[in-house]
Design a protein around this ligand. Structure first.
Ligand SMILES: CC[C@H](O)CC(=O)C(=O)O
Ligand SMILES: [Mn+2]
Length: 347
């Protein structure tokens, strides 16, 4: 099948990938990666804490480097790529957004739970006032029926968003579910539609292609899959596949392969694979960024991290409820042994 659409890729390794490196990016690493991505002519590079602006905290994980310094570093080496920032209302503030715009960020992606688009209004409006290109990012899109998603996408459009994304935060969507969601919002709104995948069920590439076939033109990729859980759609592979399909992205494939192999692979703390934990995220429909928190809680309370994730899925726990991960681990430990003591406190 030949497509004549322009697909614009946003590279998220320096934001979603921040989860995979426990938010430990340095200015040197961001400079090297952003410079190479810019040379490969990636249209947008997202840089922020994994949980967006203001995410550095005990709750979400402390950053090694102030994210504004990382944004500045990326801006300084990008004369082609535009730097994007993610903001979750309630974690990041309007002041964070203003500061990011001041130091050169050109795109604001305002992320809400899939049923809570209304909390994005003032952030989308402010981003527009600041002259930024603006994206509404509907997270955990597997948790709502198509009609609800259409309603929420229309809200994002009414606030002035230039693009609305279906975000498969848990990597739980199946290709037909992606098709139904993209098709429905494509018909309901007249702005760009985007898709952000996670590879927990090994469906990131398949789902991304399904989204493109249904008309999504803004796509997220992550070099070497660097992202939460099993990571995102692998950018360099996506560019090669799209090229084989006759879809031009304007990105230099060889340069991208070289960044992946020579730069990003050196930074990875461990290869981005689908293991029993990341597979359980997709299987149970749990936010991919919960993975490291669940693993830590499992260790602390001597319980199986899969049991924690399955229980979080059953309870429909969403972003912002990270404290529930420890509660669930304590409950499981209590059921198992009759006491909820962290293992570090037992002898
Ligand atoms: C915590 C924000 C989250 O990581 C955003 C995102 O990439 C997703 O929901 O997949
Ligand atoms: Mn993500």
């Amino acid at each position: 099948m030949t497509f004549e659409k322009e697909i614009k890729i946003t590279e998220v390794a320096l934001r979603d990938g921040s989860h995979a490196v426990s938010h430990q990016y340095t200015v040197e690493q961001v400079t090297t990666i952003a410079k190479a991505l810019n040379e490969a002519r990636i249209p947008y590079i997202e840089v922020t804490h994994g949980d967006g602006l203001g995410g550095s905290s005990l709750q979400y994980g402390l950053s090694k480097t102030d994210e504004m310094k990382l944004i500045e570093a990326a801006v300084a080496v990008s004369d082609f790529s535009k730097i994007a920032v993610l903001l979750l209302p309630g974690i990041g503030t309007i002041e964070d957004l203003k500061q990011a715009a001041k130091i050169g960020a050109k795109m604001a992606r305002i992320a809400t739970h899939v049923t809570e688009a209304d909390i994005a209004k003032q952030h989308i409006e402010t981003a527009k006032d600041l002259g930024m290109e603006t994206v509404g990012f509907l997270m955990m899109s597997h948790m709502a029926p198509v009609e609800k998603i259409v309603e929420q996408a229309k809200l994002m459009e009414s606030y002035g968003a230039d693009t609305v994304y279906i975000v498969d935060s848990a990597g739980a969507l199946l290709p037909d579910q992606v098709r139904a969601r993209i098709k429905a919002i494509r018909q309901a709104i007249s702005i760009n539609v985007g898709f952000h995948a996670h590879n927990n069920l090994s469906l990131a590439m398949g789902n991304t292609l399904a989204a493109i076939e249904e008309g999504a033109t803004r796509i997220d990729g992550s070099i070497r899959c660097l992202g939460a859980g099993a990571g995102n759609t692998q950018t360099e592979v996506l560019v090669a596949v799209l090229d084989r399909m006759g879809i031009q992205t304007g990105i230099d494939l060889y340069k991208l392969m070289d960044v992946s192999e020579d730069v990003v692979s050196q930074i990875l703390q461990k290869p981005q694979i689908i293991n029993r934990d990341s597979l359980t995220l997709g299987y149970a429909g749990v936010y991919s960024s919960f993975l490291l928190h669940a693993k830590r809680a499992a260790e602390k309370f001597s319980v199986d991290s899969r049991d924690i994730l399955i229980e979080l899925g059953k309870r429909k726990i969403v972003g912002g409820q990270e404290d529930m991960i420890v509660d669930v681990a304590a409950e499981l430990s209590k059921k198992k042994s009759g006491s909820a003591c962290p293992s570090t406190y037992t002898t």
